[in-house]
Write a protein that binds this ligand. Sequence first.
Ligand code: ATP
Ligand code: MG
Length: 648
Amino acid sequence: MTDRQYPIPSDFASVSNLKPSDYRTLYERSVTDREGFFRDQGARVHWMTAPSHVGDWSFESPVKIEWYKDGVLNVTESCLDRHLETRGDKVAILFEGDEPGNSRKLTYRELHGEVCRFANVLKARGATKGDRITLYMPMIPEAAVAMLACARIGAVHSVVFGGFSPEALAGRIVDCDSHILITADEGVRGGRTVPLKVNADAACQIAAKAGVSVDTQLVVRRTGGDVSWDADRDVWLHEAVASVSGDCSPEPMSAEDPLFILYTSGSTGQPKGVLHTCGGYLVWAAMTHDYVFDLKEDDVYWCSADVGWVTGHTYIVYGPLANGATTVMFEGIPTYPDASRFWQVCDDHQVTLFYTAPTAIRALMREGDGPVQKTSRSSLRLLGTVGEPINPEAWEWYFHTVGEGRCPIIDTWWQTETGGAMIVPLPGTTPMKPGAGTFPMFGVEPALVDADGNTLSGATEGNLILKTSWPGQMRTVYGDHERFEQTYFSTYPGSYFTGDGARRDEDGMYWITGRVDDVINVSGHRMGTAEVESALGSHPSVAESAVVGYPHNIKGQGIYAYVTTTAGTEETDALKAELVKHVRTEIGPIASPDLIQFSSGLPKTRSGKIMRRILRKIAANDYGNLGDTSTLADPSVVDALIDGRMSG
Ligand code: ATP
Ligand code: MG
């Protein structure tokens, strides 16, 4: 494959905060004088007591990670109180409801007041520092308010995506032994209501059977729909806030006290309760949000993720608010009422910085250019992406059709575990290659290793590890430090193993090739699934594809491709043959798919990621134990795929 390269768009380059030479200077310092660099970065947050320590950590067993450990802070002071004087009337949260025209603005002053009242409600229900509080919320400002209210009193929030089932919610309540649940009567997405309270009630019952009783359910009224009520347990938020004060002093927290638990999306197995702490996480959130988005005071910043994912935590709530930015919260979906919605919202609110996921970009790309071209998008100056490798085809569409070549595409590689962006083409500093994550964030020291842990140099491909700690690193798996060590530090002792594979090109740029579990080994040649999928995706008849390995008599592993075609395509054997030929020309004969299955849908997690472990089982004709499928967005897809496999 040829790697196309685009220069920094010139209008952007002339006003960017960072210039190409800044990257080298800052990166150099961040790795040669880590103490000094991160001591300075620590000043991005407000400390009650400034830390004298910076990083204290070891990746050798027993793994210990601490940053700014003797510092004392409350993250809400950085996100709210300190802005009151200069930004009190600035919009903090700009809410865009599911239904167009339903929007609402909360200034920093208003947000501060709401957080304090909410915090006092939690206190009145007995919540104290260290308690775990579960949130199961729609994308409404109250979700952010609830998170901050927990932080205000030192409670640890665990946000569970509002699309999860009662079983999945209960599992997470039980795992972190949480006795307060914050939810809403109903959510609204894409014109349909989501029965949050009904699910939450069911989850409480399931949790009770597992020995964890939720004694307070705090309910936000979103739709006013009918809900059943348990007077001992359930409390309406709007009633409870009426009787509490608007003052709530922030709980002093040690930098290493927990801030939140967040369960990973479960693409590879049982979700893990990732634990982040107050000090280092907030420094990392603020620092990366500033650098990654070239933040300026008058930006209107929109991250379309859900607060149920780490992207929502770091880049809707904590990063933007710590930086005093205006952050858009969107309740709806990209295709409601039609496929123009994202761009319409950008026009309506004059959004300047927009951040979304490849899955959304591909879904909108399927609908053609028309819905985009109906809108102006003239306010946009930067476009970001996160969650999966972005195939060059989708990248090009995002760059040319959505951004009209004016906006850099900032492809951010990171994980729930990393707290914030780790490999990213920092705006203004580097030319871009469609699909390349490019260069490490300041302080991040990636390396590529082979299966035996030997470090590979130069242009090469291997397993991606991180050699040193950074402030936003997760500290443990909640309640299971052994699993933490086992999962991340046992494969390559002394390093953090990301679980992802990557390629480094001649320019030193990193390309994430997908999860290492997903690497296919064909006759001894290792291939990333992302590469084959990108090749398939560049064929005009392919809307989306997922590639896995399956047992093959001769080659060891064969390549199995699930292909979703573009609307109106005839799914013939001739097309299959053409696709095989296409991949041969794009990558080489070694990458030719051995089997192609047309499938109208792919199994995705609720955050939109393809669950290749299920596809691997189906390709291998192994339908017995598909593993944990509770995080699937649409489980029925699996049956359709099995039918297709058996008849194929
Ligand atoms: P689990 O760990 O439970 O399997 P998950 O890995 O999907 O779930 P997340 O932490 O949400 O949970 O996702 C991080 C992963 O997403 C990364 O390890 C990587 O595989 C993928 N990813 C995220 N952003 C990018 C990106 N910009 N380019 C390539 N891959 C990405
Ligand atoms: Mg992961």
